[in-house]
Design a protein around this ligand. Structure first.
Ligand code: ZN
Length: 287
């Protein structure tokens, strides 16, 4: 029987991606529409996937919604894990450890680096006892997105040597590096201008086998994405990429279509966008 972390769903999905050389989409969802649309897309494309929510949903939607989301992910015909993104508040991390998440991102990147190591290591130990795996940010990714407090401080780029040491000392499973990626829309010039591909290459070289996570994937630049996937990015967080199309559909159809039709239509739009992302990341037919 597989033992921890091999028995963890997120670990299985991302390690299969590491072996296969592709990336898996992690769909940021704020409601049941996103969850259903993401699951349908993954099943249609025969793709593994991740569905992630922010701590906002723990507080706003409550425990029964979290259980619904986890059950929906786990009942899918393809492997889908349920993840908590950007847990910045310590009490939220402790709350999340008691909920049915497969994995949690601990974002303690605004702390003093040494405190960050101590805290993340402690959480990784608690998570192991619950069969949950941990993603951590090292350095500081700039910007903000709906559900994540905006970082006003200057970005702190991940230092490849420190990242390797951080991974070793904390025992976390996945690393979200800061290499010029930005949450939310990029300033003029976009990812092409800001991503330090050399830095990402060095991070991977210093931490071989480490699963890298990409935050700040809006907008998508296909060539650049292929490039970072070849460098070891295995999880790509997708938020506005899907919400743009979904909200646009709702905006145009609200008041004109009945609720049932509105849900069918908006989830279909989400599903279509999600399928495009799956194709782009290369996770189609990898379930
Ligand atoms: Zn993020």
């Amino acid at each position: 029987m597989a033992t921890y972390p091999q028995n963890n769903r997120t670990w299985q999905i991302l390690n299969a991606a590491e072996k296969g050389g592709y990336a898996v989409p992690a769909f940021n969802c704020y409601n049941a529409d996103g969850i259903l649309g993401s699951i349908r897309a993954a099943e249609k494309m025969n793709s593994p996937a991740m569905i992630e929510i922010f701590p906002f949903s723990i507080h706003f939607h409550g425990k029964s919604f979290i259980e619904f989301a986890a059950n929906a992910c786990h009942a899918a015909k393809v492997p889908i894990s349920f993840h908590l993104d950007h847990c910045t508040v310590k009490t939220d991390v402790f709350l999340a450890l008691e909920l049915p998440f497969d994995s949690i991102m601990v974002d303690a990147s605004s702390e003093d680096p040494e405190e960050n190591v101590t805290f993340v290591k402690h959480i990784a130990e608690l998570a192991e006892a619950r069969g949950i795996t941990i993603e951590a940010e090292m350095g500081r990714i700039q910007g903000g997105e709906d559900g994540v407090p905006a970082v006003e401080m200057e970005a702190l780029y991940t230092e490849p040597e420190f990242a390797a040491e951080f991974m070793r000392r904390t025992g976390v499973h996945y690393l979200a590096p800061s290499f010029g990626n930005v949450h939310g829309p990029y300033p003029p010039g976009g990812p092409e201008k800001f991503w330090q591909i050399d830095r990402l290459e060095q991070i991977k070289a210093h931490s071989p086998g480490t699963i890298l996570v990409l935050h700040g994937a809006y907008p998508i630049i296909p060539d650049l994405f292929q490039r970072v996937i070849t460098l070891g990015v295995r999880k790509v967080n997708l938020n506005k990429n899907l919400h743009d199309a979904y909200l646009n559909y709702l905006g145009k159809n609200i008041g004109k279509v009945e609720m049932t039709g509105l849900q069918e239509g908006s989830i279909a739009v989400w599903e279509e966008e999600a399928c495009k992302m799956i194709k782009l990341l290369g996770s189609d037919n990898k379930a």
